[in-house]
Design a protein around this ligand. Structure first.
Ligand code: NDP
Ligand code: MG
Length: 398
């Protein structure tokens, strides 16, 4: 019987890559529900091709979507709306697998709903885990969800870890012979820029990643290295270790997707061409393997693998994220919220590129932390951080 899949954020870059794989394996997977936020025409095309049972959009887009469905004879697709609709499809009893590929904090509650419904959850939406870390991981254990990493680095680490390592309580110490995680970073498009040059980079330049094709927000995060900071926090939660056991390694070719070191001196790496279809296919089929269109690595072409230490003077976002993880509690949620506001302001040309980490740092200094004991508490901190970050942005832009 085929597995029925819900794709949260189907119109995005990860959503599209997911469809590509599902299309290759129609006997194994069917699309049950899809969600979109602004790209309604793209959603209609997807619905024409994949005929899901349910589509979710913001309530402001429902009439428009209904009209399109009528025009294309798609009236049998049910339309749900807003966060309640996202949660309903994420926990729907007919769904087996949920791809969590909404960008940012908007994905938190639907992702958590999927985890609490005990689904196999393919986690792309790293912001959800950064915000809710311990709560999300505890829910995965309590409700027997399979929370599998799609982020290429974490998927690589997952592949290199010993069997059974996953989803244990966060004690902080690596175990089962693991000594360290090496989290690779491409370094982004500005890896060789000086601080002065960084000050004048434009949103278009920041969104043009050398190795990966991604949504705008994560592209900017990759350029500031905040993406690696968020991934550091993501790794600590997924693999139940404290941040001192995670080393960030800049590896510009993005061929090694991350590594795990063991106490006997072994270092295991997962390699491949940079294409998100590989980690998505791995998480979908795990513990089996399924075919993708991604060509095997040709080491005679990719002959050179370089490594260097990250420069936290030019890219302070990484330092801020590590500090937030050390501080714990609400600090990662505050960091994430401030970053979302700062990136949006940069994309609107309201602040400069080097002001993004400044907004994050100032927000962290101004918003009170505390313990992340409940989702309500986390959402309140998220809101508080957003309003403080917005004030800082307005001040900088004036
Ligand atoms: P995109 O911007 O391409 O897609 C984001 C998706 O989320 C779209 O479907 C969008 O809908 C939807 N969305 C945006 N805002 C909201 C909202 N407020 N409520 C509901 N849905 C919303 O992003 P990516 O696909 O690149 O990234 C998705 C997630 O995956 C991010 O968390 C990112 O960090 C992570 N990720 C991405 C990788 C990549 O290679 N792209 C790699 C590793 C992780 P619409 O388009 O209709 O507006
Ligand atoms: Mg990544």
């Amino acid at each position: 019987m085929s597995q029925s899949v819900c794709i949260l954020g189907v119109t995005g870059s990860i959503g599209q890559s997911t469809l590509k794989i599902l299309q290759q394996h129609p006997e194994k997977y069917s699309v049950f529900a899809v969600t979109a936020h602004s790209r309604i025409l793209e959603l209609v095309e997807i619905c024409k091709q994949y005929r899901p049972k349910i589509a979710v959009v913001p309530s402001s887009k429902v009439d428009e979507l209904k009209q399109h469905f009528q025009n294309h004879n798609l009236n049998n697709i049910e339309i749900l709306s807003d966060e309640a609709g996202l949660i309903a499809v994420a926990e729907h009893p007919d769904v087996g697998v949920v791809m969590a590929a909404i960008v940012g904090a908007a994905g938190l509650l639907p992702t958590l709903a999927a985890v609490k419904a005990g689904k196999r959850v393919l986690l792309a939406n790293k912001e959800a885990l950064v915000m809710s870390g311990d709560i999300m991981m505890q829910a995965a254990r309590d409700y027997h969800a399979e929370l599998l990493p799609v982020d290429s680095e974490h998927n690589a680490i997952f592949q290199c870890l010993p069997e059974g390592y996953f989803q244990t309580e966060r004690t902080g110490q690596p175990k089962q012979g693991v000594s360290r995680i090496l989290l690779t970073a491409s370094g982004g498009p500005f890896i060789n820029h000086s601080l002065e040059q960084l000050q004048s980079v434009t949103p278009a330049q920041a969104c043009k990643h050398p190795n990966w094709s991604m949504g705008q927000k994560i592209s900017v995060d990759s350029a500031t290295l905040m993406n690696k900071g968020l991934e550091l926090i993501e790794a600590c939660h997924l693999f139940a270790i404290s941040e001192q056991f995670v080393t960030v390694v800049v590896h510009p070719q993005s061929i090694i997707h991350s590594m795990v070191q063991y106490v006997d001196g072994s270092t295991l790496a997962q390699m491949g061409n940079p294409d998100m279809c590989t980690p998505i296919a791995h998480a979908l089929a795990w513990p089996q393997r399924i075919q993708t269109h991604v060509p095997a690595l040709d080491l005679f072409i990719n002959q050179k693998l370089d490594f260097q230490e990250p420069d936290i003077t030019r890219f302070p976002a990484l330092k801020l994220a590590r500090q937030a993880m050390q501080n714990g509690g609400l600090a990662p949620a505050i960091l994430n919220a401030a970053n979302e506001i700062a990136v949006a302001a940069f994309l609107r040309n309201n602040i400069g590129f080097t002001e993004i980490p400044q907004v994050v740092e100032q927000t962290l200094n101004q918003v009170e932390g505390g313990s992340a004991e409940s989702i309500e508490r986390i959402l309140l901190a998220d809101q508080a951080a957003r309003s403080v970050a917005q004030q800082i942005v307005t001040h900088k832009g004036s």
